[in-house]
Write a protein that binds this ligand. Sequence first.
Ligand SMILES: [Mn+2]
Length: 386
Amino acid sequence: MRFLHTSDWHVGRTIRTRSRQSEHEVVFREILDIAKDQQVDAVLITGDIFEHRIPPGGAEKLVAETLAELAKERIPSIVIPGNHDDPGRLRVLKPLGDMVQVHIVSEIADMDSLILRITSQNGSEYALVGCLPYVHPHHILPAAEGVGKSESDRVSVYQSMMKDFFDAFKERMEKTPISLVLAHLAVDQEYGGGEMQSGVFEVDGGILPASGVHYVALGHMHKPHAVKGASARAYYAGSVLQLDFGRAEHQKSVFIIEAHPGKPAVVSAIPLSQGKKLLRRSGTAAEILAQADDFRGAWVEIVLRPEGRTAELVDSVRALEGVVSIRFEEPDVKPTLHGPSLHDRSATEIFGDYYKTKRNTDPDPQLVALFDRLYQEVSTATDEPQ
Ligand SMILES: [Mn+2]
């Protein structure tokens, strides 16, 4: 059987307040075309469907339309929530989804409800798919386990619970000719490529099923990659759009899994070409303006060097197509190791020095007088109500 694995859609994501909806539209079109061309038996979507727990209306519409397109092609899809999603919101769609093979596994009720049976398009084979929806550690850790425990103790309790799920999947599925597992979690490894700030507990890759399943489909990390050291084939599909400037180099892709009884799965990446690139460029205003052609069809973060910087040139850089952010690099200020310390100088002197490092000139006497007056006001003010 053949499967397509995609993840971390993050529909509703913006970049510096600008919508990315049109990029999601074209990348979903691309993924739908791949699913059809590859004649897959099911599409696996491993969480972070939406950017926000309460997505904007347009985001929900696009996701519903995309899943409906798969249903029209009679390609089943399997959806689990990620840490960004509201499982309750996904659950609302479940009764409708069940009618058209859009399988939404949003919560953990019992083991049976977490294992789906998917029949191949030609009806000759079937696979069991174990789905572990993301559950916030605070919702799953028994209260008694948390009392008096440190964060690392709590992580290890969480990890052993996750391991119990994987072991239970393996036990129920290993005699099945074709079996897969879906999960949204952070597997600890040297490079994350994802969401280190998300408060998601990291688990050891060793808890993933070592054998007995063909493929472990993972969501959470935004870089598409195989989990190192995992003995079963375990992959993060990564995000479908470039989401973070620092990680702009990732080639986005989906994975195609070819699974046959008694053989290891064959996994291949199909690159995604849609969606804008994220570029970060550093230089003087003149250097940046000369690169304007490269920025078309991209989102660009500029780090502007101070040489030759004028208000007009900054405005021209800001007006370039694709530029969404400008950060200003400051001139090198030599630390004055032998100069007087801050305590030995008046506030007015410190202000004068600061102004000079910023503007390369002494402040206007009127400005100094204004600073003096304001400084006097705040430094002699009291907190007494007037
Ligand atoms: Mn994500």
